[in-house]
Design a protein around this ligand. Structure first.
Ligand code: GDP
Length: 231
């Protein structure tokens, strides 16, 4: 298929996060689901330590400081569930949070670590990759990208890994409150165009602000639907 035919095709990529993707009922069900108790289950530093694959999981990946902890906290409406990025121990493990024994939110180690040694970086890259490859209950990965910056070269590696592992993933822009609405619209459109040919990428890019709550109800609905669970 040529670029031209792809660009002209009517695909869901033409949608933007501003359009209503979910019904009021779905958004309300997701709100109720995510108001249920969420707890830290465990951190795994090695692949052998992963918990049994007995609940649907979604995972969150992104560069350190992208707003991953803030997003997980905003989803569950708790300020301190996922810790901030500057706590070294926890950020080098795959951390599992359970939402009311229905699904798990999985925090993957951040990438783009400036301070970590090469050996350390390799270690948690491998752990992340092993998790992505071998997890039958993993329903989707959410790749977090700072709305101010859009996709950068450093983001190609996780996208390549997800495409190779054939793990469905969706891009979630973070810190949407930091840019103007027309800039946000432009970055959504640009990102959607950039991922068009990536086989495992969901065509719709979501925009969120953990600070202001923008896009959080929609992301909850997306996760609920993806995991096929109800409140
Ligand atoms: P992590 O390293 O990816 O877990 O990032 P954090 O969640 O610790 O966030 C990194 C920094 O970005 C912190 O100073 C947060 O307060 C800030 N931040 C995160 N999300 C948002 C957001 O939606 N809006 C704004 N304005 N700041 C945010």
């Amino acid at each position: 298929m040529t670029d031209e035919t792809q660009n002209n095709a009517e695909t869901p990529a033409a949608e933007t996060a501003e359009e209503a993707l979910y019904s009021a009922e779905t958004l309300e069900a997701a709100r109720v689901l995510f108001a249920r108790p969420a707890t830290f289950m465990m951190g795994a530093a090695k692949i052998e330590q992963l918990p049994a694959a007995d609940l649907p999981e979604v995972t969150f990946a992104g560069r350190s400081n992208v707003g991953k902890s803030s997003l997980i906290n905003a989803l569950v409406g708790q300020n301190h569930l996922a810790r901030a990025s500057n706590e070294p121990g926890r950020t080098r493990e795959v951390n599992f949070f359970v939402l009311d024994e229905k699904l798990r939110l999985v925090d993957l180690p951040g990438y783009g670590w400036a301070k970590a040694s090469k050996a350390e970086v390799k270690k948690f890259q491998n752990l992340g990759r092993d998790y992505l490859r071998g997890r039958p209950n993993l329903k989707r990965a959410y790749l977090l990208i700072d709305a101010r910056h859009g996709l950068k070269a450093v983001d190609n590696e996780p996208m390549d890994a997800l495409d190779v592992a054939a793990v469905s993933y969706q891009i979630v822009l973070t810190k949407a409150d930091k840019i103007k609405p027309h800039e946000l619209k432009a970055v959504i459109e640009k990102t959607q165009a950039q991922i068009k040919k990536r086989p495992a990428a969901h065509p719709v890019v979501l925009a969120t602000s953990s600070e202001k709550g923008h896009g959080i109800p929609e992301l909850r609905a997306e996760i609920m639907t993806t995991c096929a669970v109800g409140p």
